[in-house]
Design a binder for this molecule. Structure first.
Ligand code: PEP
Ligand code: MG
Length: 585
């Protein structure tokens, strides 16, 4: 009899294969006293297990494919860094001494303490970082117990679907190395590192499928649908036939999309559309190029600040931006100045002064930079300098009024003057643009457009500020809707303002990466999309099969509706009709 299990789909795609239930029950940890004279030995035993855990992670890094991108390996590096973290190891050693107890127990006490710190965090992403603590602790406990490593080597897992309680990023990489077809875990959420990793490496994955290990046995046939978050155990013939056909279509689509790599993005009536990618670090360009050799419409520089946990100096920034520019091999790079604050905070500033009640409306992004010009100027200098080496644009996040824009433009001019005095090479014609992320900026978009070189609509924030909902608060996520007519009007105003002032307007929020909205945005007059790397080809495919002269009047009509639901229904219908048309060609 077939069984249906639901979970959270974190990496889309269909996989059909044999189940492999990956069990690695960990022994319960018991506390026992050790004589004071034995403490030193116990500490050494703990330190040895730390080194062994480190060796295992290094071995995994060496084993997986040599061309694994650095951003994927970084998931293992996070665990390696944790092994060296004093709060982790010195805390455990202190417990051994304080309680004169065994290393296992001392480690458990320390990990409970750390998990509590993460649990108390407000940011849902940081909250899930406790998974990393648990994964590292588990590895060390296994080393203390001298348990063998669990993942079978060899061809045994090829084409299988792995069922596990939870997987560490290292497990996931090892399993991918063995060419598994997909995986299902009982725990873990959509923001866990394992979920992010599965999306990155492109294998269908489902997390939070409770009791999966009880309901599925090794060897049973499984279907997983990563988009729907659905597992079918022992499917009947009809389901198998249906999903095999879908799987085949999926592969054919991938091949079709792959053919679009490095080809122009042009509508059927001949309008060339700019299609760029979003990146967080120079290393991301590798992934971008896997899909398309294109430019970058949004480089979120704050990741450099967050990862370093400080404001990096001018030289570090210059070298990092230069690396990004050179990797693009002549394609353009839009560098956004640091958007720190709210959901992108650096640790050392959190402790300074009282926490803002409403950080998203507080000293964030350009407000923060202008408050601390001595920290901001090195970034401006680094961008001005790197712009002398290739096509670079500077983009200011979260501008809200014209005075603020003038202040930033003045500071840029002063910075240029200083570079001139110091006889340092820079781009005197650096193009400067602004993100339209708050309703005030959208409403004044023309005033901005008249004085800037470009605009870029940041819908992630524009939606948050227009609809008064915190974008990281799960409680109100049901209200987060790009199709809200108020949001669409603000987008339309921004596009129109750019056209009137004859400057380019892009859209770089998540909305641009969602194929559901591509025709809508095209019909609204958007000519520049900046999207996530893995959305590039899908969006290009839609653009290349769209006829603007046909879309425009249809979209205009859809936008006359007053409710998001009506707009969604009409847009779904249009999308359906258009894709049918494409398929029949
Ligand atoms: C946005 O707000 O849409 C945007 C692209 O910026 P971020 O998501 O980095 O805030
Ligand atoms: Mg934003």
């Amino acid at each position: 009899m077939s069984i249906l299990i639901n979970g959270i789909g974190v990496s889309s795609g269909i996989a059909i294969g044999e189940a492999y239930v990956y069990s690695r029950e960990q022994k319960e940890v018991h506390a026992y006293k050790i004589p004071e004279t034995q403490q030193k030995k116990e500490i050494q035993r703990f330190q040895k297990s730390l080194s062994k855990a480190g060796e295992q992670l290094h071995q995994i890094k060496n084993k997986i494919a040599a061309d694994t991108p650095a951003d994927i390996l970084a998931f293992i590096d996070t665990h390696l860094l944790m092994l060296e973290d004093p709060t982790f190891n010195e805390g455990t050693i202190a417990n051994i001494k304080k309680f004169s107890c065994n290393a296992e127990w001392a480690l458990l006490l320390q990990s409970n303490r750390l998990v509590k710190v993460f649990d108390d965090m407000e940011d849902p992403y940081l909250r899930t970082r406790k998974d990393d603590v648990l994964h590292v602790v588990r590895r060390i406990q296994d080393c203390l117990a001298e348990a063998p490593e669990h993942i079978p080597d060899g061809q045994q897992l090829k084409g299988c679907i792995i069922i596990a309680d939870d997987l560490t990023p290292a497990d996931t990489l090892m399993l991918q190395h063995q060419k598994i077809a997909g995986f299902v875990t009982e725990y873990g959420g959509p923001l866990s590192h394992t979920a992010i990793l599965s999306k990155n490496i492109g294998i269908p994955a489902i997390v939070g499928a409770h009791h999966a290990r009880q309901l599925i046995k090794t060897g049973e046939t499984l279907i997983i649908d990563g988009r729907q978050g659905m597992v079918i155990n022992s499917p009947d013939k009809r389901s198998l036939k249906h999903y095999r056909a879908l799987h085949k279509e999926e592969i054919a689509r991938k091949v079709l999309l792959h053919e679009l790599r490095n080809t122009p993005t042009v509508t059927t009536d001949g309008k060339t559309i700019t299609l760029h990618g979003n990146i967080d670090r120079p290393e991301d360009i590798r992934k971008l190029r896997k899909f398309d050799h294109t430019g970058v419409g949004l480089y979120r520089t704050e990741m450099l600040f967050i990862e370093k946990n400080e404001w990096p100096n001018e030289e570090t920034q210059f070298k990092t931006y230069k690396r990004a520019l050179f990797r693009l091999k002549g394609k353009s790079l839009t560098i956004r100045t640091a958007d720190l604050g709210a959901d992108k905070e650096i640790q050392d500033t959190i402790d300074q002064g009282p926490m803002a009640h409403n950080p998203a409306m507080g000293l964030r992004a350009i407000r923060r930079c202008m408050k601390e010009p001595e920290l901001f100027i090195p970034q401006l200098r680094a961008i001005l300098r790197v712009a002398a080496l290739g096509p670079v644009r500077l983009m200011i996040p979260m501008l809200t009024n014209i005075e603020e824009m003038h202040q930033v433009l003045n500071l840029i001019e002063k910075t240029k003057q200083q570079l001139r005095i110091e006889k340092i090479r820079f781009d005197k014609n650096l193009k400067v643009g602004a993100m339209i992320e708050v309703p005030a900026a959208a409403l004044s978009a023309y005033a901005f457009a008249k004085q800037l070189d470009f605009l870029s609509i940041g819908t992630n924030d524009l939606i948050q500020y227009t609809l008064a909902l915190d974008r990281i608060d799960e409680e109100v996520s049901y209200l987060y809707n790009p199709l809200n007519p108020a949001v669409l009007q603000l987008i339309q105003m921004s596009i129109n303002a750019g056209k009137k002032a004859r400057i380019p307007v892009s859209l770089c929020g998540e909305m641009a990466s969602n194929p559901q909205y591509t025709r809508l945005l095209l019909g609204m007059g958007l000519e520049y999309f900046s999207v996530q790397a893995n959305a590039l080809l899908e969006i290009k495919h839609i653009i290349n099969h769209s006829k603007l002269s046909r879309l425009r009047p249809k979209i205009k009509k859809i936008l006359e509706h007053q409710s998001a639901n009506e707009i969604e229904t009409q847009l779904d219908l249009l999308n359906h009709q258009e894709s049918e048309k494409t398929a029949s060609k």
